[in-house]
Design a protein around this ligand. Structure first.
Ligand code: ZN
Length: 249
C-alpha cells in the first residue's frame, strides 16, 4: 500500500511538472509571437483613428453672422452647433478633434486690417499647424431661388484626399439622409478662401439652404442636426477605415 501511494504521488507530481512545462512553452511562444509580429490588421485599423486630428471649422461667428434664414435663423449658430455635435460623435469613436471656434466669435487677430480676411487667415493657420489632419468646414447656404435645397460638398483642389473624403460624405448623406439629393460635389474655386489655399485634405459642407423655408425649418430642429452630424461622423469614420485598409494592404 505504501509503495502504491508513493507511486501515485510520483505520477501526480510528474503530471504537475508536465502541465507547468507546457504552460511555460505556451507563454514563451506567445510572447515571441507578439515580438516577432506585433502588427496585426486590427492594431493597424486603430492607428489612423488614433493619430489623425479632425479639425471642425464652424463657419462665421461674432459680428459675421453668415446667411440669415427667412425665419431669422443665423448661419453662424447652426454651424457651431453642427460642428460641436460632429466633434462629440467623433470623440466618442476615439478620434481626436479640434474646433477652430467653440464660441460665438471671429478669430481675427488684433490689428488686422480686414476682419473677415483676418478670421479666415486664422482658421487657415490652425489647419496648417496640424500635420496629420482632415479639415471639415461647416456652413449653411443661401440662394435667390428659394426652391433650391439639399446639402452640397466642396473639396479643396490642393490635396487628392479632399475629393475622396467629400465623396464619402456625399454618398453617406444620399444613402442615409437625403435620398433625393442629386447635387454634385464641387471643386472649390478661388472664391472659397480656405479651401483654395489649404494644403490639408479639406471639405466644406454646405448643410442646406436657409433660403428654402422647408430646409430652414429642418436645420432649425435640434433632432435633425443631431442626425445630420451622426451621418457625417459615420462617413468620416468609414473614410478613415478605408484609409487603414489601403495602408495595410
Ligand atoms: Zn457660410
Amino acid at each position: 500500500m505504501k509503495h502504491f501511494l508513493t507511486a501515485f504521488l510520483c505520477i501526480l507530481l510528474s503530471c504537475a511538472v508536465l502541465v507547468a512545462a507546457a504552460y511555460g512553452i505556451f507563454a514563451v511562444s506567445s510572447y515571441l509571437g507578439n515580438i516577432l509580429s506585433p502588427k496585426s490588421t486590427s492594431v493597424n485599423n486603430e492607428d489612423i483613428k488614433k493619430t489623425v486630428t479632425v479639425i471642425l471649422d464652424a463657419g462665421h461667428g461674432g459680428i459675421d453672422g453668415g446667411a440669415v434664414g427667412a425665419r431669422g435663423t443665423l448661419e453662424k449658430d447652426l454651424n457651431l452647433d453642427v460642428a460641436k455635435k460632429l466633434s462629440e460623435a467623433l470623440t466618442k469613436a476615439g478620434v481626436k478633434t479640434l474646433m477652430t471656434r467653440t464660441e460665438d466669435v471671429m478669430l481675427t487677430a488684433e490689428g488686422a486690417s480686414s476682419k473677415k480676411n483676418g478670421d479666415l487667415r486664422a482658421r487657415l493657420q490652425i489647419a496648417e499647424g496640424v500635420e496629420n489632419c482632415l479639415f471639415v468646414s461647416i456652413h449653411m447656404n443661401k440662394f435667390p431661388d428659394s426652391s433650391v435645397k439639399g446639402m452640397t460638398f466642396y473639396y479643396s483642389p490642393n490635396h487628392p484626399e479632399s475629393r475622396v473624403l467629400a465623396e464619402a460624405m456625399r454618398q453617406a448623406v444620399v444613402e442615409k439622409l437625403q435620398p433625393e439629393n442629386k447635387r454634385p460635389m464641387k471643386e472649390a474655386g478661388s472664391s472659397i478662401y480656405l479651401l483654395h489655399r489649404i494644403t490639408r485634405p479639406a471639405v466644406l459642407v454646405e448643410c442646406g439652404f436657409l433660403s428654402n423655408a422647408y430646409e430652414e425649418s429642418l436645420l432649425a430642429s435640434e433632432e435633425y442636426r443631431e442626425r445630420m452630424a451622426g451621418v457625417l461622423a459615420e462617413a468620416i469614420l468609414s473614410y478613415l477605415d478605408a484609409q487603414n485598409a489601403e495602408q495595410s494592404s
